[in-house]
Ligand binder design. Structure first.
Ligand code: FAD
Ligand code: NAP
Length: 585
């Protein structure tokens, strides 16, 4: 690994003239867009990537708030497509910090010479399907207007920052930041009176670090989150060596897990254990820490009674750690454990024992107003110098909504999705030929290790595009009935999980006015991959090619070879699913 990795594009793509034509336009240069570009070039497609940010990395380019790091172990939260890349890169910590993940993204961009096909600082504003030419016309805020046969959205599930429109927000005399759009030059919070709004994963990572810097820190909490200690540490060289000794096998094992992540699990029922056994199991899992805590038993996300046992264990931990009983009570969620995305922290609860840290409940009385000097809640003024919005994202569909995407007959995607997103396999949507999404709604996306989800989608797409080229086809589009059946299936499996029962961003409930639909596919990563393979092997079953199904011959397998393995579900046997014993993170 080089000591210093350039973060600026040494050779950015030059601006595109109006006549430019590509096989594929990709929107976004996070891990999704980067890998898509690499795959396209490998198979000889011409491609242009547009990226609103000034560099690669997506999430890790934008989210530079103090404490930002991954919560899937770095040795798994990384690309798996090239063993040479796996071997040459070394992570410093079990869960690496944002700057290192961004270094990794830049290293990948350099290693595979990706930048030459990426336009940075360029936001795609509109994409329109032209029925006459059967191509997409793509427009950007920098004046580009290009055409492409395929349009791939790699815009990210968590990339459209949610900035609530608090009354009086323009009156505040200090600085207001959002964790997902953190200034690149950093923010000096030393000696400042800081307010942070929100207590989700971002806030929970940031709060302990900000408390170290700030003169005072006031946390405005609408709903408490469950969080588990990360137990982060320097990466153990022995662990690294053991994984690297057979990285492909390790990756393959991870892909057989419901989440695409390999971790210790116990498929037994919590309800079959005695209270003493449960206590011991939870304690051991808590000591190991991180998201795998939820794998302590197999039925935790299916049986409310089982979930109550882990929820109560977590609340006891809060009461034991937080000295002020009123604060401990406020920090204790009373809903389903792991229903909202579980958080992972380092010293979060301990932070509230510091005298300069205060928790303000805004669940019943919301933030009334922002004034010149601070925030008003329930008539009380909280004077601060800086406000940090850790208020999350318009998840899953937010970045789609910002682009005017127009398919057949002038139908816009926003209109089509007004009652909730509808896709076939989370890959594409009827009415929008040759339009594809990486980790789109209806795919496992955020419920799996996302880089695995990304690679599987991009590999599937390039094999599809290559097949189209092989047979000289112009368009591919899902059949409405197959799309409807898939949407029904996504909704049906969501119902068996307790995750569908609470108001989380998984169901769009964090943004006022959004339809309530469980957006990711919760049926498990291997089952989903198997379904994608079968669709492909049956000549893109459920799609029409050039308006008819007659040409749906089985494709040549190129990039999807590594996904085309028999469905060997490891812990998720059909019996386990039937018995609802599927640990899901
Ligand atoms: P993104 O990284 O979001 O990239 C999308 C890119 O598209 C962005 O750069 C954006 O600028 C660009 N874009 C969007 N719209 C346009 C437009 N109109 N024109 C041009 N460009 C556009 N996942 C895990 O599996 N494990 C983790 O530990 C983990 N930690 C996370 C921590 C944080 C703070 C956040 C916010 C998310 C985390 N995630 C994690 C999820 C993370 O988003 C994914 O793992 C992954 O990085 C997504 O990559 P992506 O390329 O699909 O999307
Ligand atoms: P989030 O989980 O959606 O949390 C946003 C927080 O802001 C919530 O506490 C929310 O309260 C609060 N909020 C929103 N609007 C508010 C308002 N008007 N008034 C008061 N409070 C308000 O967002 P996030 O923390 O950025 O995390 C999003 C996702 O990104 C995570 O779930 C995870 O998938 C990923 N992520 C991962 C990591 C990691 O550890 N690797 C770190 C950060 C993010 P309510 O709960 O009441 O809505």
């Amino acid at each position: 690994m080089p000591d210093t990795i350039p973060t600026a594009a040494p050779k950015p793509a030059s601006r595109d003239p109006g006549t430019a034509r590509f096989d594929v336009v990709v929107v976004g240069a996070g891990f999704g867009g980067m890998y898509m570009l690499h795959c396209l070039r490998k198979l000889g497609f011409s491609a242009r990537v547009y990226e609103a940010g000034g560099g690669v990395g997506g999430t890790w380019y934008w989210n530079r708030y103090p404490g930002a790091r991954c919560d899937v172990e770095s040795m798994q939260y990384s690309y798996s497509f090239d063993d040479a890349l796996d071997q040459e890169w070394s992570w410093s910590e079990k869960y690496s910090p944002q700057p290192e993940i961004l270094d990794y993204a830049n290293h990948v961009a350099d290693r595979y010479e990706l930048r030459q096909d990426i336009q940075f600082d360029t936001r795609v504003t509109a994409t329109t399907f032209d029925e006459a030419t059967q191509r997409w016309s793509v427009e950007t805020d920098q004046g580009d207007r290009v055409s492409a046969q395929f349009c791939v959205m790699a815009v990210g599930c968590l990339s459209a920052a949610n900035r609530p429109d608090f009354a009086g927000i323009g009156d505040f005399q200090g600085q207001i930041y959002h964790t997902g759009e953190w200034p690149h030059e950093g923010v000096d919070l030393s000696g400042k009176r800081v307010a942070i709004i929100g207590t989700g994963s971002s806030a929970i990572q940031a709060i302990p670090i900000i408390a170290e810097q700030a003169k005072s820190l006031t946390v405005f909490q609408r709903s408490p989150s469950y969080t588990v200690p990360a137990r982060n540490a320097k990466l153990d060289p022995e662990v690294e060596a053991a994984v690297k000794a057979d990285y492909p096998e390790f990756r393959a094992k991870a892909r057989m897990r419901p989440t695409g992540v390999y971790f210790l699990f116990n498929a037994e029922s919590a309800l079959d254990a005695t209270p003493e056994e449960r206590e011991q199991q939870y304690e051991e899992s808590w000591v190991r820490g991180g998201l795998p805590f939820l794998g302590a038993y197999g039925d935790l996300l299916f049986e409310k009674e089982a979930n109550d046992t882990i929820a109560e264990f977590a609340r006891r931990k809060i009461r034991k750690t937080v000295k002020d009983p009123a604060t401990a009570t406020l920090l204790s969620p009373d809903n389903v454990f792991g229903c909202k995305r579980l958080c992972v922290d380092t010293g979060y609860y301990e932070t509230y024992n510091q005298p300069h840290v205060r928790l303000v409940d805004v669940s019943k009385a919301p933030i009334e107003q922002i004034i010149r000097t601070g925030l008003v809640v329930n008539g009380e003024e909280h004077e601060v110098d800086v406000i940090i919005c850790a208020t999350g994202f318009a998840a899953m569909t937010g970045s789609f909504e910002k682009i005017k995407i127009t398919g057949r007959d002038g139908l816009t995607l926003t209109k089509k999705w007004e009652a909730g997103p509808r896709t076939y396999l989370g890959l594409s949507t009827n009415g929008f030929p040759n339009f594809f999404m990486i980790t789109g709604p209806g795919s496992p996306s955020v419920l799996a290790s996302m880089i695995q989800s990304i690679e599987q989608h991009a590999d599937w797409m390039v094999d599809c595009f290559a097949h189209m080229r092989d047979i000289g086809a112009k368009t591919i589009e899902p059949v409405l009935q197959d799309e409807n059946d898939w949407v029904d299936h996504v909704n049906e499996v969501a119902k068996i999980s307790l995750r569908s029962t609470c108001s989380s961003w998984y169901v769009g409930a964090n943004i006022p006015g959004r339809p309530r639909v469980f957006m990711p596919y919760i049926g498990g990563f291997p089952i989903y991959v198997d379904r994608c393979n079968k669709v492909m092997d049956k000549g893109f079953e459920g799609f029409v090619i050039d308006g008819g199904e007659v040409r749906n011959a089985p494709p040549k397998i190129r990039n999807t070879e590594r996904w085309h393995v028999p469905l060997k579900m490891d812990i998720i046997s059909p019996a386990a699913i039937a018995a609802k014993r599927v640990p899901i993170v």
